[in-house]
Design a protein around this ligand. Sequence first.
Ligand SMILES: Nc1ncnc2c1ncn2[C@@H]1O[C@H](COP(=O)(O)OP(=O)(O)O)[C@@H](O)[C@H]1O
Ligand SMILES: [Mg+2]
Length: 245
Amino acid sequence: MPFLLCSGNFLLSSRGTPASPLMEPGIFITFEGSEGCGKSTQVERLSVRLAVAAPGRPLLTLREPGGTALGEEIRRLLKLTAPGWTVLPEAELLLFAASRAQLVRETIAPTLAADGIILCDRFLDSTTVYQGIGRRLELAEVAAINEFAAGPRRPDITFLLDLPSADALERLHRRSLWANLPPDRMELELPAFYEQVRTGYLALAALHPERFVTLNAALAPDELERQIWTHLTRRFHGLCSDRRP
Ligand SMILES: Nc1ncnc2c1ncn2[C@@H]1O[C@H](COP(=O)(O)OP(=O)(O)O)[C@@H](O)[C@H]1O
Ligand SMILES: [Mg+2]
């Protein structure tokens, strides 16, 4: 996978030394992984735990794309499937970036500045992996657009829920049947796309061990919830008033 390593080197060098999360207010937690890996399930569970553990502290649960009025409209466009409807990779990248630019400035930055906690279901790592690696857009350009859209602040901790692509697709299939919903545009991608996404995430996590925590998403939801909580409380002692490790 030489292209992944190249992209990673670029991402690292282009970003320079990451700002120390311990010097900035708020806690910024993101969840990543392919469709069906269990992100929404764990985000919801963690938000319940955090609401109990840190009462009175601003707590926002967000999803990407979306999270703002503009972002939710962009989400609708990105999920749409219709005869004759195409979204080219470059346009897709910019739509995700537009949603993120709005979310960061309208919601994430003010909440973190107020020492709040942000839980985000996907963030810029999704763009690196889906548009950069999955869609094969030039990684340097994806990184530059990510920087522009997201600004300087990076998540303090990113949980990567890692699942073999066949298992993820099986879960998606069951979820669609259960909810009686047709698959969205991303869910219609071929298994090879999902395998690339998985490989891309693992490579990205290896490049950023300071913030990525990779978990086996095949574990039961209760066990995953427990592991996530353990990592979080170990990282943010006395969650969440004292952030020193
Ligand atoms: N740890 C798990 N083990 C088995 N099934 C799970 C697990 N976590 C979630 N699921 C189920 O898999 C499907 C996808 O989960 P979801 O949280 O919606 O994933 P995502 O948000 O990553 O697409 C849902 O039907 C959910 O109930
Ligand atoms: Mg989800």
